[in-house]
Write a protein that binds this ligand. Structure first.
Ligand code: SF4
Ligand code: SF4
Length: 117
């Protein structure tokens, strides 16, 4: 593991990028329950097939931001998909630091703050 942890500053940029917000089968029931919805109603109202057709994605608004983004907040923050939870520490891409405001902090401090999950 790297000796730094990138702490999200909740700029919401990654919630506004066009593309899939992958939601895995095991996550769907939890998110539906969190929203007080039946699982099938959540699937019908808030998901679509991914671009590569290998599963479901959350839907997006007309401006491409994620349907769960509410101002600066994620409506499902405590149960958000692994894809959201993992960026940029578990996965990222070349040049990600140009488009993400997460700040590097020592891994020990991140651990003490309970940021590493
Ligand atoms: S782009 Fe980076 S700093 Fe902004 S919300 Fe996403 S992870 Fe956090
Ligand atoms: S589920 Fe939440 S964290 Fe993930 S893209 Fe949507 S608004 Fe952002």
């Amino acid at each position: 593991m790297s000796d730094v942890w990138y702490q999200c500053d909740r700029c919401t940029a990654c919630c506004k990028w066009p593309g899939d917000v992958r939601v895995e089968s095991y996550e769907i029931e939890n998110i539906a329950k969190f929203l007080g919805m039946e699982t099938q109603a959540f699937i019908d109202d808030f998901t679509r097939l991914r671009m590569n057709r290998d599963g479901l994605s959350l839907t997006e608004k007309d401006n491409h931001e994620c349907i769960m983004l509410d101002g600066q907040d994620c409506r499902i923050n405590s149960v958000k998909p692994k894809q959201c939870r993992g960026f940029p520490n578990k996965w990222n891409f070349p040049g990600w630091q140009q488009v993400c405001n997460a700040k590097a902090i020592p891994i020990k401090k991140a651990s003490e703050l309970g940021l590493i999950k």
